[in-house]
Design a binder for this molecule. Structure first.
Ligand SMILES: Cc1cc2nc3c(=O)[nH]c(=O)nc-3n(C[C@H](O)[C@H](O)[C@H](O)COP(=O)(O)O)c2cc1C
Length: 316
C-alpha cells in the first residue's frame, strides 16, 4: 500500500489517533474489515439471542465498552466521560473496561459499573502493577489485565506515560500476576499466535487481539489473525476478545464469526459520548446490537455461541 494523501475514510469518531499514512494500522484495519463479505443462510433462521456469558456472568450482548483512560482530564467542563460510559455499560448490561486510571478514579468508575475490568499499564515498577491488581480485586473487578502492547515508545525505548516508565513483559512476570490476581487475568494487545500461546501457557483467562489503535506501524488487522489464534487456543479455555475499528454491528458480527467471544467498541463511542454522554453511548451500542442481530438472522446464527466462520469470505 502506498502512502495515501486521501482523507481518513472511517467514521469521524475514529479520527483523533489516525494519521492516514500507509503505515497506519487503523487504515489497514478498516480496509480489511470492509473486505470481509457475508453469505446468506436464511432458511430455518430464528430471531437471534445476544445474551453472552463472560467470566461466569450473563450479559445482554457480546459488545463491550473499551479500556479507555484520561478522558476526565480532557478538559471537558463539568464532565466525567469515564463515569458516563461506565453508566452506559450498566444500563446496557454489558461489560465495562477501564484503562490507565488511578485507584481513586477506578473506584469512582466502578461505582457506576460494578465489576469493571481494569487494564493496568506494563509499568516498569512491578510493585505498582501488583498493588493496582489487588486494588481492583478489592473493588470487585471481574477481571484484571495488562495492555502488553504498550511497551514500546516511538523512539524504540520503553515508553513513558504521564511521567511513569513502562517496562518489558516477561513470561515469568505474566505467570506471577496470573497467580497473584486470583481472578481472571487478561493479556490485552495480542497480535500473534506466538503471544497468544505464551499468554495461554502463563494461565491468562483471556486475551484481547488488538493493536491498541495502531500502536505498531503496519500492524496486521486483528481479524486477519483471529482464525489462526482461535485454532491455536482451541484446546484451552482462554476467552478471545477483540478490539480495533469496531464501528458497527456488522464489524462486530465479523469478529464473532471469525472466533471472538466478545469485542470492545473504542473510538466509535467517543463522538456520541462526548456529545451526549451516557445516552449517546447507549444509543450507539443499541444500534450496533440491532445490526449484529440483523446479520445473525440473515445467517441463521441463533445465539452468540454458535457463530460459524464459513459464512465469511474475503473479497480480494
Ligand atoms: C482516549 C483513549 C484512551 C485509551 N486508554 C487505554 C488504556 O489506558 N489502556 C489500554 O489498554 N487501552 C487504552 N486505549 C486503547 C483502547 O482500549 C483500544 O484498544 C483502542 O482504542 C482500539 O480500539 P478502537 O479502534 O475501537 O478505538 C485507549 C484508547 C483511547 C482512544
Amino acid at each position: 500500500m502506498n502512502e495515501t494523501k486521501t482523507k481518513w475514510p472511517g467514521p469521524p469518531g475514529l479520527i483523533p489517533v489516525t494519521s492516514g499514512r500507509a503505515d497506519d494500522a487503523n487504515q489497514i484495519n478498516r480496509h480489511y474489515l470492509d473486505r470481509l463479505m457475508v453469505e446468506m443462510r436464511v432458511i430455518d433462521a430464528r430471531i437471534p439471542d445476544l445474551h453472552t456469558e463472560i467470566f461466569g456472568k450473563l450479559y445482554d450482548s457480546p459488545i463491550m465498552m473499551p479500556a479507555f483512560s484520561h478522558l476526565n482530564k480532557a478538559g471537558i467542563q463539568d464532565r466525567q466521560p469515564m463515569e458516563e460510559y461506565a453508566k452506559a455499560a450498566t444500563i446496557l448490561n454489558i461489560v465495562n473496561w477501564v484503562g490507565m486510571e488511578s485507584d481513586e478514579e477506578y473506584e469512582n468508575i466502578a461505582k457506576y459499573a460494578p465489576g469493571s475490568i481494569r487494564i493496568i499499564k506494563p509499568f516498569a515498577d512491578h510493585h505498582r502493577i501488583r498493588s493496582e491488581i489487588q486494588f481492583a480485586k478489592s473493588q470487585g473487578a471481574i477481571a484484571v489485565g495488562i495492555d502488553i502492547d504498550h511497551i514500546a515508545g516511538k523512539d524504540g525505548n520503553f515508553d513513558i506515560v504521564d511521567g511513569i516508565p513502562l517496562g518489558p513483559i516477561f513470561q515469568a512476570d505474566l505467570k506471577a500476576y496470573v497467580q497473584e490476581a486470583g481472578i481472571p487475568f487478561i493479556a490485552k494487545g495480542v497480535l500473534s499466535v506466538q503471544d497468544a500461546c505464551i499468554a495461554a501457557n502463563a494461565g491468562c483467562a483471556a486475551i484481547v487481539v488488538s493493536h491498541h489503535h495502531g500502536r505498531i506501524p503496519y500492524g496486521i488487522p486483528p481479524l486477519a489473525l483471529l482464525p489462526n489464534i482461535k485454532k491455536a487456543l482451541q484446546k484451552t479455555n482462554v476467552k478471545i476478545f477483540v478490539d480495533c475499528g469496531m464501528d458497527s454491528g456488522y464489524d462486530a458480527y465479523k469478529a464473532l464469526a471469525l472466533g471472538a467471544d466478545a469485542l470492545s467498541v473504542g473510538r466509535s463511542i467517543l463522538k456520541p459520548l462526548l456529545k451526549d454522554g451516557s445516552k449517546g453511548v447507549v444509543s450507539k451500542i443499541q444500534h450496533m446490537n440491532e445490526e449484529l442481530k440483523q446479520l445473525m438472522l440473515y445467517t441463521s446464527i441463533a445465539n452468540t455461541s454458535s457463530f460459524d466462520p464459513s459464512v465469511i469470505h474475503y473479497m480480494k
